[in-house]
Design a protein around this ligand. Structure first.
Ligand SMILES: Nc1ncnc2c1ncn2[C@@H]1O[C@H](COP(=O)(O)OP(=O)(O)O)[C@@H](O)[C@H]1O
Ligand SMILES: CC(=O)N[C@@H](CCC(=O)OP(=O)(O)O)C(=O)O
Length: 266
């Protein structure tokens, strides 16, 4: 079975028109598919309205008890269930869940090394049984950015990492492609110029781009996740605009393809 893991972040979820355009394309995306969503921007906004101020370090949210309550309500409730309802309207039989449901993703609370991230989970194990069961029954899993420690504790886990870990586990048995959809047309040479898409990045090119500071902030963990997935057997990773998702299946230059250095193959 060929499986596509498609991730969307807060920059898409927060804009209803962008989200609808994306979900329309997702509904037409061929083959077995899984949607992983974040929603960091919405969590920050709802938190603020409740007096729970967001605090991020290196792109990761410091998650105290109140923040965990907010992200649980926003990711597992508000965002996840609205996406499922919208997909149902598009006749996609979606089923929404967190990493705790069906024990899909077990994590450990991130150890304190200088910074205490609180209730943030680092993924230790992915159980793909339930996912495979859903896919074979033509259901489309929709996963939110929460995992659990199997001792009763939910943990906040970055959605890019969830997508990458899921892709890696499924790649042991299947051909898997990973799609990171966000608000820019790809990895850009000049962040302010949407037409400066870098069509292909391998480890060597990545190293150069980092040294030249072309890649920074949220793009660094995204590309680190992408290369980790490739090293662990994922076929290819695409990074591009959510509204261009379908173009990526038509061989058109629509975003950035991440691949391993060719000489590794010989
Ligand atoms: N070279 C680059 N091309 C495109 N985006 C870049 C680049 N370098 C850094 N970025 C930043 O990375 C961000 C994407 O990471 P992130 O905010 O984590 O995405 P997501 O919307 O998936 O949560 C972009 O919004 C952009 O500000
Ligand atoms: C630990 C941690 O940082 N978790 C993320 C999970 C959501 C996420 O990844 O959302 P985006 O994809 O929209 O950024 C957070 O709470 O922001």
């Amino acid at each position: 079975m060929k499986i596509s893991i498609i991730k969307i972040g807060g920059n898409v979820i927060d804009f209803p028109e962008k989200l609808d355009e994306f979900l329309g394309q997702f509904s037409k995306f061929p083959g077995s598919k899984i949607l992983v969503h974040g929603g960091g921007i919405m969590a920050s906004r709802f938190g603020e309205s409740l007096g729970v101020m967001p605090e991020m370090v290196d792109g990761r949210r410091i998650t105290d008890k109140d923040t965990l309550d907010v992200v649980t309500m926003v990711y597992a409730g508000l965002i996840n269930k609205n996406i499922v309802a919208k997909l149902q309207a598009l006749r996609v039989n979606a089923i929404g869940m967190t990493g705790a449901d069906g024990n899909i993703i077990r994590s450990v609370k991130r150890p304190v090394k200088g910074i205490d991230y609180g209730y943030v989970g680092d993924i230790v194990e992915v159980d793909i049984k339930l996912i495979k069961h859903f896919l074979s029954g033509d259901l489309v899993p929709v996963l939110s950015a929460l995992t659990h420690d199997q001792q009763g504790q939910l943990l906040n886990t970055n959605a890019d990492s969830i997508a990458s870990a899921l892709a890696t586990s499924l790649a042991k048995e299947h051909e898997v492609n990973l799609y990171y959809c966000f608000n820019k047309s790809g990895v850009l040479l000049d962040e302010k110029n949407e037409s400066s898409i870098i069509p292909l990045i391998n480890e060597d090119i990545y190293e150069e781009l980092r040294q030249e500071n072309v890649i920074h902030s949220g793009m660094i963990p995204k590309l680190d996740n992408a290369f980790e997935a490739l090293q662990k057997g994922v076929n290819h990773v695409w990074i591009g605009k959510a509204e261009n998702l379908l173009l990526s299946t038509k061989g058109k230059l629509s975003g950035t393809i991440i691949e391993r250095n060719r000489y590794d193959l010989y």
